[in-house]
Design a protein around this ligand. Structure first.
Ligand SMILES: *Cc1c(COP(=O)(O)O)cnc(C)c1O
Length: 456
C-alpha cells in the first residue's frame, strides 16, 4: 500500500465510493482533488490531470468556468431553493423559455428531476400512465436495445442491459424486452459505414411487430450507446424506429442524457435522424458538470392526457424534493446562453475534425487498435488483442483499468469502459491539449502492451 495522506486515510475510513471495488483503493488510493480550472484537475500534491472524460461526461466548458461561477453567486444571494409544487420562480421559467427553442420540434412541456436515472423513471412512468388513461391499458411493456444503459435505479435497470450493473439485481428488476443492438464494429450483415442502411433494424422491427399491442414505449440512446463502449450507430436506425413507433402508437423515448448538449456535434443527437421523440431525457451536459439536475421534455399530446379534473385521477403524482432547484435552473440557462453567444456548435465541429484527423494519424495501423470511431466530441478506441479477428483481451486482465492507471501518472484522466478507451473532453480543450491527450493515450497503451508481453 502506498503511503496515504491524511485526507486519503479519512476518505477510506468513512466513504464507500461509487462504481468501485473498495479493495482496489489499497493499490491506488482515491485522488483528492483540491481545485480545478478549465481542462485541469489538481490534486492535493499539486499534480495536474487533463480531464479527458469531462468528469463522467458532464463537463462542457471547463472546471470553474467564470460565467457559470458568476451566475451561481448571483442566484444564491437571491433564491437558493423553493418547493416546486404550487410554486415557481424566474430561473425555471426563463430556462424553459430558452430550452424550448433548441429541443426537437414537438417537445412542448418540461418536467424537472434531479438526476439522470430519475428522469428515466419518470419517462417510463409517464408513458405507462399515458396509455393507461388513454384507453390502452394493455400497453405495459418497454423495449430497449441490448447493452443499453439508462441509469442504475431499479426501474432504469429494467430497460438497461449492461451486465455488470444488472446481473446481481435481475430477480429484483422488471425486465423489459431487448432488441439486439446495432453492432457496427462487428456488423453481422457485413456492411460498413457507407453501405449501412440499418439492415439490423429488422430485429427491432420483428420484436415490435410481435408485441405491438402491448408496448408502451421504445427507449434508446440516440446514435451513441455510451456505457456499452461508445458504440456509434446509424441515424437511419432511428428514422426507421420513429416510423414504426408512430405507425403503432408507441412512444419513442430519447435518452439524451449523455449525448445531448452538443456532444455529437448537434445540440441533440436526435437531430442526426431529423426526427423527434415523444419523450426526451436530458441531464449531464444540461448543467455543464456543475449541478445534479435533469429535465424531461414531452409532447403536448402526452401532457394533455394528464390534464383533467383532479378527481379523475390523471395527475402525474411523481416528485423529487429538489425538482426545479433555482441554482440548477440558473446554471442550465447560462449553459444555453454560452452555446448561443460563444458559437459552441461551430467550435465542436472544428475541434471534432481536428481530433478525428489527429487520432487517425496517431492510431492508424496500431497493432492493438481495432477501430477508432468518433462523432462530434466523442472519440473511442476499440482495444483488441488481435486486429484481424477483432479478439478482445480477456476481461480478467482489466486492460482498461491498467491503462487508466498508467495514463494518470502521465497527467491524463482517461477512464476506459472495458476494452474501449474514449475521449469526452470539455469543449474548451485546445488543439495543443488534444495532441497531448492523444500522445499520453498512445504511450499508455504501448507501455501496457510492453509490460504485458514481458510478463508472458
Ligand atoms: C449517465 C446516464 C444516465 C443516468 O444518469 P445519472 O445522473 O447518473 O443517474 C442515464 N442514461 C444515460 C445514457 C447516461 O449516460
Amino acid at each position: 500500500m502506498s503511503k496515504l495522506s491524511s485526507l486519503q486515510e479519512k476518505d477510506l475510513k468513512y466513504i464507500f465510493h461509487p462504481c468501485s471495488q473498495m479493495k482496489d483503493y489499497e493499490k491506488l488510493p482515491p485522488m483528492i482533488i483540491k481545485k480545478a480550472e478549465g481542462l485541469y484537475l489538481e490534486d492535493e500534491f499539486g499534480n495536474r490531470y487533463m480531464d479527458c472524460v469531462g468528469s463522467w461526461w458532464v463537463n462542457l466548458f471547463g472546471h470553474c468556468n467564470p460565467r457559470i461561477n458568476r451566475v451561481i453567486k448571483e442566484q444564491i444571494d437571491k433564491l437558493e431553493h423553493v418547493l416546486f409544487v404550487n410554486f415557481s420562480h424566474e430561473a425555471a421559467i426563463e430556462l424553459a423559455e430558452e430550452l424550448i427553442k433548441v429541443v426537437p420540434k414537438g417537445i412542448e412541456k418540461f418536467l424537472f428531476a434531479d438526476n439522470g436515472s430519475s428522469s428515466i423513471e419518470m419517462a417510463l412512468k409517464l408513458s405507462f400512465q399515458y396509455h393507461q388513461q388513454s384507453g390502452n391499458p394493455k400497453r405495459t411493456k418497454f423495449i430497449s436495445l441490448s447493452n443499453a444503459y439508462h441509469g442504475e435505479t431499479v426501474g432504469a435497470l429494467g430497460v438497461g442491459d449492461v451486465d455488470i450493473f444488472t446481473k446481481t439485481y435481475r430477480p429484483l428488476i422488471k425486465e423489459g424486452l431487448k432488441a439486439d443492438k446495432p453492432e457496427c464494429f462487428r456488423c453481422p450483415y457485413g456492411k460498413n459505414y457507407s453501405t449501412c442502411e440499418a439492415q439490423c433494424f429488422e430485429r427491432m422491427e420483428k420484436l415490435i411487430e410481435e408485441n405491438r399491442g402491448e408496448i408502451a414505449a421504445v427507449i434508446i440512446e440516440p446514435v451513441v450507446q455510451g456505457a456499452a463502449g461508445m458504440k456509434i450507430y446509424s441515424p437511419i436506425y432511428i428514422k426507421k424506429l420513429r416510423e414504426i413507433t408512430k405507425k403503432y402508437g408507441i412512444h419513442l423515448i430519447a435518452d439524451e442524457i449523455a449525448v445531448g448538449f452538443g456532444r455529437t456535434g448537434k445540440m441533440f443527437a436526435m437531430e442526426h435522424a431529423g426526427v423527434s421523440p415523444d419523450i426526451m431525457c436530458m441531464s449531464k451536459g444540461l448543467t455543464a458538470g456543475y449541478y445534479p439536475m435533469a429535465i424531461i421534455g414531452i409532447t403536448q399530446e402526452i401532457y394533455d392526457s394528464f390534464y383533467a379534473d383532479y378527481l379523475e385521477g390523471k395527475s402525474f403524482l411523481h416528485s423529487h424534493t429538489y425538482s426545479g432547484n433555482p441554482i440548477g435552473c440558473r446554471i442550465a440557462l447560462e449553459v444555453l446562453r454560452i452555446f448561443r453567444e460563444e458559437n459552441i456548435l461551430e467550435m465542436i465541429e472544428e475541434k471534432g475534425e481536428y481530433l478525428r484527423k489527429k487520432a487517425q494519424e496517431v492510431f492508424e495501423g496500431h497493432p492493438y487498435i481495432g477501430e477508432y470511431r468518433q462523432i462530434g466530441m466523442i472519440g473511442a478506441l476499440e482495444f483488441v488483442k488481435d486486429r484481424d479477428n477483432k479478439e478482445l483481451f480477456p476481461s480478467e486482465e482489466r486492460a482498461g483499468y491498467e491503462i487508466y492507471k498508467i495514463a494518470l501518472k502521465k497527467g491524463a484522466l482517461l477512464r476506459p469502459l472495458g476494452n474501449v478507451i474514449y475521449f469526452m473532453p470539455p469543449y474548451i480543450i485546445t488543439k495543443e491539449e488534444i495532441d497531448k491527450m492523444l500522445e499520453i493515450c498512445k504511450e499508455s497503451i504501448d507501455e501496457y502492451i510492453d509490460r504485458r508481453n514481458k510478463d508472458k
